[in-house]
Design a binder for this molecule. Structure first.
Ligand SMILES: Cc1ncc(COP(=O)(O)O)c(C=O)c1O
Length: 206
């Protein structure tokens, strides 16, 4: 891994993404059967970027009270995106389609029921609400379900994933979505200070 990373081709241009990273994003989107993907340094940053993408200041985000975004991301949703959370209190950290519409991929080792996720997406669609999955540990969930990444593409509009968790990579995460989402996320990522140069050094290691 270190050898490939040390030989990565870097563009030295702050306005352009490295080719290796673009190829990596394309491969990822194809694996998950989504139109496009965008590389992020951390899942915390990509979760916040997704909130900025789907909301406006004053919007409400429906999620589990134990979501990583609530417990461990230093209130970034409130501080930076200016949104209010509507938290669903559940002992397990999972909630049913009847209880809400925005969700996490896994919670402390527990995996969402796929039918619940599909139904949450359907209810959200009917109410014109976007579904973002914090799928930091999505590869673990897929392993549990015995599913391929593309099998869950209909469960969400956008999804965060993290390469430092189940895949044990040194750094990195991503968001998947439509081309339109990813176009907007490029400028959101830049505004959060996440538009760094030389990402091919990182993306080739994943
Ligand atoms: C569900 C979930 N979301 C987000 C994160 C944040 O990931 P990062 O450390 O890349 O910001 C984690 C980290 O443990 C996580 O478990």
């Amino acid at each position: 891994m270190l050898k490939v990373m040390s030989e990565a081709e870097c563009l030295n241009d702050p306005a352009l993404d490295d080719y290796e990273t673009l190829r990596f994003e394309e491969r990822l989107a194809k694996d998950f059967n989504k139109e496009a993907a965008i590389f992020f340094l951390t899942s915390s940053m990509s979760n916040l970027a997704a909130v900025l993408l789907h909301t406006r200041p004053g919007s409400e985000v429906i999620l589990a009270s134990s979501a990583h975004t609530v417990e461990r991301e230093c209130a970034s949703m409130a501080r930076i995106a200016g949104v209010q959370t509507r938290q669903i209190f559940t002992e397990s950290g999972l909630f049913t389609p009847q209880q809400g519409k925005l969700s996490n991929g896994t919670y402390r080792g527990q995996v969402w029921d796929l039918n619940d996720l599909r139904q949450i997406k359907k209810i959200a669609e009917e109410n014109k609400v976007a579904v973002h999955i914090d799928g930091a540990r999505i590869y673990n969930a897929l392993e549990t379900y015995g599913l391929q990444p593309k099998d869950i593409s209909d469960c969400y509009d956008t999804m965060t994933m993290c390469f430092t968790k189940g895949l044990c990579c040194p750094v990195g995460g991503a968001i998947l979505g439509t081309r339109e989402h990813i176009k907007k996320l490029k400028s959101i990522r830049k505004s959060l200070g996440g538009g760094i140069m030389h990402t091919s050094i990182l993306s080739t290691g994943i």
